[in-house]
Design a protein around this ligand. Structure first.
Ligand SMILES: Cc1cc2nc3c(=O)[nH]c(=O)nc-3n(C[C@H](O)[C@H](O)[C@H](O)COP(=O)(O)OP(=O)(O)OC[C@H]3O[C@@H](n4cnc5c(N)ncnc54)[C@H](O)[C@@H]3O)c2cc1C
Ligand code: FES
Length: 331
């Protein structure tokens, strides 16, 4: 039996007892410990933790963790076993603790196309199905008549309950996409599993920077909206492919004028003009933004996360100041 000390972002700690051969996530589920997980197959990123004592760990690198991240001590605890005692750092606080993930029922309240490739879904949880979550977390959604369930970040805040807002990109040939664009109607009843995930805002940093690619904006909107009363400096860099794929532009400008300390920069890969700059979200960062007392929060497709992480590490940002949610297609 080994001991894993779990250290949370609010400096709380928990001691997990791990049997030889079981993964950290299995041990946590067995002991009802506050270590988050979801897919248990290394693909969703819900269970990520950082460990400095590489010698105490064993197990294959999870698909969600890049070689570089693994070299810097990032592990998926659902793929990691122990061969000695270890200390693991988690990016989320222990308190307030979200509800245990559960299967819940919801009704589709509204369905709003935001641009040619993104639809906003507003769900209303049925009575008795509300859950406690932290901005940054996601749900797993199963539409009526579909066997498939897919992960979607929550774009609304806990204060918006019983409503839950999602921003969903249309993926050609995708099952949920087909339901959403061809059959979905207000009143549809859905099954959601929630809350899930370990992506959380770093409230201890002097400045928060958010990099969102496409619908990667969803959890970041929740993180910013939940901190509206907080005046510490925040920068949101939002990138889309082209003008017809840009969404919530007016909402972001309104948020910028309402939230003190928030600056919003927008980029388009093609068709940029005026204050919208050409390139990816990453290109919106200036050298003065790259300060080690800043926490960087990245969300979007894995290729975007990888490019941003490499650039930030190259600029001297320490790995523990970079948090990411990757919209891996298979999770
Ligand atoms: C933690 C997490 C949070 C997520 N949050 C969001 C979110 O807030 N908004 C959002 O739009 N998506 C999000 N995703 C992605 C989402 O879960 C689905 O993968 C996506 O919506 C496609 O589902 P589908 O059923 O329409 O397509 P599928 O039936 O899953 O896929 C059809 C085909 O398209 C490919 N494919 C699937 N997804 C993508 C993609 N993103 N890019 C390119 N090809 C793809 C598949 O490999 C397959 O060949 C998240 C993923 C994760 C892991
Ligand atoms: S639970 Fe470990 S990556 Fe999904």
């Amino acid at each position: 039996m080994f001991k894993a000390r779990l250290e949370f972002a609010d400096e709380a700690a928990f001691e997990l007892l791990v049997e030889e051969g079981e993964t950290l996530a299995q041990a946590a589920l067995r002991q009802d410990a506050p270590l988050r997980s979801d897919c248990l197959s290394g693909e969703c990123g819900a269970c990520l933790a950082r460990c400095a004592q590489g010698d105490s760990l064993t197990g294959a690198r999870a698909p969600i963790v890049s070689t570089e991240e693994a070299a810097e001590g990032l592990v998926a605890t659902c793929c990691t076993r122990l061969r000695g005692d270890a200390t693991l750092q988690l990016e989320y606080p222990l308190a307030p603790r979200p509800s245990e993930p559960a299967k819940l029922r919801a009704t589709l309240e509204r369905l709003e196309p935001l641009c040619t490739s993104v639809t906003r879904l507003v769900l209303r949880l049925e009575d008795g199905c509300e859950f406690a979550f932290q901005p940054g977390q996601y749900i797993r959604l199963r539409p009526p008549g579909l066997r498939a369930a897919r992960a979607y970040s929550i774009a609304s805040t806990p204060a918006d309950m019983p409503f839950v807002t999602l921003l969903i990109r249309h993926v050609e040939g995708g099952e949920v996409t087909r339901w959403m664009t061809e059959r979905a109607e207000p009143g549809d009843r859905l099954v959601v599993q929630a809350p899930l995930g370990g992506f959380a805002v770093d409230t201890r940093a002097a400045r928060q920077v958010f990099l969102a690619g496409g619908t990667g904006l969803a959890p970041i909107l929740a993180m910013i909206a939940a901190q509206e009363g907080d005046t510490s400096p925040k920068l949101l860099c939002f990138g889309c492919a082209a003008p017809e794929h840009l969404f919530l532009h007016d909402h972001l400008r309104e948020l910028e004028s309402r939230v003190p300390g928030l600056e919003v920069r927008i980029a388009l890969i093609e068709g940029a003009n005026g204050p919208i700059r050409p390139g990816h979200a990453l290109a919106l960062l200036a050298s003065e933004d790259l300060s080690p007392d800043t926490a960087f929060h990245l969300c979007g497709p894995p290729a975007m996360i990888e490019a941003a992480r490499t650039a930030l590490r190259g600029a001297g940002i320490p790995p523990e100041k970079i948090r990411a949610e990757r919209f891996l297609a298979s999770a």
